[in-house]
Design a protein. Structure first.
Length: 146
């Protein structure tokens, strides 16, 4: 992972992959996502291993078998402008697969977040918080022990 001359470069890097990220929020995140090294440059605090492919093959059917065992209520928040279609194929076909996977969850509440991409918690933090709070209120209303 490369180093940056200053926090404004870190903020610019954050905005490069997330153009919806407002400059003020990028500046805030830059302070928390990076640290100055001994040379005075700023390094992202993320784990470089995050960029590597995992050592195990992702076996969808194995994962879905696990999903079928989940008994807790699940909130599934999907970004309307996600780029996951790059990995899953044409949107129409991928949508069928996403819905097939969602159907494996016994108690799922799907929500679509408008005007958001992969980093939906950066794009729409207030709306995401509202969705989570509403979901949690509904879960508690149904089962106060949950």
């Amino acid at each position: 992972m490369r180093a940056y001359a200053d926090l404004s470069e870190v903020a610019a890097r954050l905005r490069k992959t997330n153009p919806r990220l407002p400059l003020d929020r990028a500046a805030f995140l830059a302070k928390h996502w990076s640290a100055q090294n001994a040379a005075g440059e700023w390094e992202i605090l993320g784990d470089p291993a995050h960029k590597r492919t995992g050592p195990l093959l992702y076996q969808a059917e194995e994962i879905l078998a696990c999903w079928r065992k989940v008994t807790a209520p699940v909130l599934w928040v999907e970004a309307a402008d996600t780029n996951m279609w790059q990995w899953m194929g044409p949107k129409e076909q991928a949508r069928i697969e996403v819905d097939r996977r969602l159907a494996q969850l016994n108690n799922v509440t799907p929500r679509m977040m408008p005007d958001a991409g992969h980093m939906l918690h950066h794009d729409q933090p207030a709306l995401l918080a509202e969705m989570i709070e509403s979901f949690l209120r509904s879960v508690v209303a149904v089962d106060p022990v949950a």
